[in-house]
Ligand binder design. Structure first.
Ligand SMILES: Cc1cc2nc3c(=O)[nH]c(=O)nc-3n(C[C@H](O)[C@H](O)[C@H](O)COP(=O)(O)O)c2cc1C
Length: 436
């Protein structure tokens, strides 16, 4: 079973019980370095750092809730954080989110390759394409064709296909053994092994070659998040690993099948793309205690509901005006599969009920470490998926939850022979390929 952790470079839980000093230590990166060390102790495949680049005032026309409740901001750039973590760890994969709408391909190819050097072969790029208006405005992008909407959604995926092709060609613009460091001839790089790419696409062009030399993985790991049909097809063609958030066993199985089919159609080994589901287990000493803890979380659902509404408003629809006790309105497809899917799934329910039922996880895991481990194994057997990404909800991460997973669930998985006890590789591609 492959294991990852999904989080972001914003404040972890800062005011709840067991938040500790996270509010003071997150900005320096110390919190995340500690997290990474713990994950490495548990022999995780990777830490994935999510990202976004705007402060939204869509909800109620104000930044207030967004900032007061740490919905999406404050958030720092994950790229330097990953570099800092790389220096403090030896094995853990480091996957960084970068949006194809906001990066030039050359810059991105160089950043990820540099991270692959700094981490000695543990870098991954999580490809996302979303383009909320307010993020576009931050980058000064005035192209209306890219604004969230059904056709823009697919257009951005078309562009992402070309973007990835170019990035891979830039990585390949140096042959793997181009650096010879030959003292006898005084040659550091064999220039015959470095070529321009002369890429002229519909949206992007680049001369190349990259000026960064081949890194330990040569082609760093590509990860994909985004559950639309286009997203799954994209993942099948390009991704080595997928962050998936389908809800329930049936959808999980469909997600895996879609990605594997797309991989096969692209001439790839369908098993080579590792699909990991997002989960937020509730763990305690006994199953009964874990269920009681889940019930207590449920009782606090209103505060979380508000944050969910503000989070969803980032997609461009102002959800502040909706009465929590009124039936969910019919939602115009706004190009964000998660929001449209939310409205579809809960048609007819009140907002309050819909939000309470709509956990941001693929499958509910509740119980003692052994029970949760068994539930995870069962979910993979039923769906054909490859593993899980633990996620605590944006802004809700505590080291206590990390400890429950790392010291409780992972040892239970190891005892049952479902998680690695030792790394057999030093690169992220190696971890993903080791049959864990
Ligand atoms: C589990 C998961 C994680 C995601 N992480 C990010 C992220 O870190 N940054 C981002 O801009 N979008 C993120 N997204 C959103 C989509 O990946 C992005 O907007 C996408 O490219 C279009 O999504 P779609 O295929 O679901 O329509 C995430 C989506 C899912 C389901």
């Amino acid at each position: 079973m492959h294991l990852g952790w999904f989080t972001n470079y914003l404040p972890p839980s800062w005011k709840a019980e067991f938040s500790g000093r996270a509010a003071d230590t997150w900005m320096s990166g110390d919190f995340h370095v500690n997290l990474a060390r713990r994950l490495e102790e548990a022999r995780f495949d990777y830490l994935l750092l999510e990202d976004s680049s705007y402060v939204s005032n869509t909800y109620g026309g104000s930044f207030e809730l967004e900032l007061q409740q740490v919905v999406r901001a404050p958030k720092n750039d994950p790229m330097p954080l990953a570099a800092a973590i790389a220096r403090e760890t030896r094995h853990l994969g480091l996957v960084v989110t970068a949006n194809t709408t906001f990066y030039p391909p050359f810059l991105l190819a160089r950043l990820i390759r540099t991270l692959d050097h700094l981490s000695r072969g543990r870098a991954g790029w999580n490809v996302v394409t979303g383009a909320p208006d307010q993020a576009l405005a931050n980058f000064g992008i005035r192209d209306d064709a890219l604004r969230d909407g059904v056709s823009a959604h697919d257009l951005r995926y078309d562009m992402a296909e070309e973007f990835v092709d170019l990035v891979v060609r830039l990585w390949e613009s140096w042959e793997e053994d181009a650096v010879v460091a030959d003292r006898a001839t005084g040659t550091y790089v064999d220039a015959a092994k470095v070529r321009t790419v002369d890429f002229e696409g519909k949206w992007y062009s680049s001369r190349g070659p990259l000026n960064s030399p081949p890194s330990p993985q040569y082609r760093p790991v590509i990860c994909q998040a985004g559950g639309s049909a286009r997203g799954r097809a994209f993942a099948g063609r390009h991704a080595d690993t997928v962050v998936a958030l389908p809800k329930g066993v049936e959808q999980m199985r469909a997600h895996v099948d879609d990605v594997r089919r797309a991989a096969e159609a692209a001439g790839r080994d369908p098993a080579a793309c590792k699909v990991l589901f997002i989960v937020t287990p509730t763990i305690a000493e006994t199953d009964a205690e874990a269920r009681a803890s889940r019930d207590r979380q449920f009782a606090r659902r209103d505060e979380r509901a508000l944050r969910r509404l503000a989070m969803m408003s980032g997609g461009g629809v102002d959800w502040s005006g909706y009465d929590l006790d009124a039936p969910l309105p019919a939602l115009a497809q706004d190009g964000q599969s998660t929001t449209a899917e939310f409205a579809r799934r809960h048609a007819g329910k009140t907002f309050r009920d819909a939000l309470a039922e709509d956990q941001t996880e693929s499958v509910e895991l509740v119980g003692s470490p052994d029970t949760v481990a068994a539930q995870m194994v069962e979910a993979l057997e039923a769906t054909g998926g490859d593993g899980f990404l633990f996620y605590s909800g944006s802004g809700e991460l505590t080291m206590r939850f990390v400890d429950e997973v790392v010291d409780g669930v992972v040892p239970a998985l190891q005892r049952a022979g479902h998680a690695r006890r030792e790394y057999s590789a030093t690169t992220l591609a190696g971890h993903l390929g080791d049959g864990a």
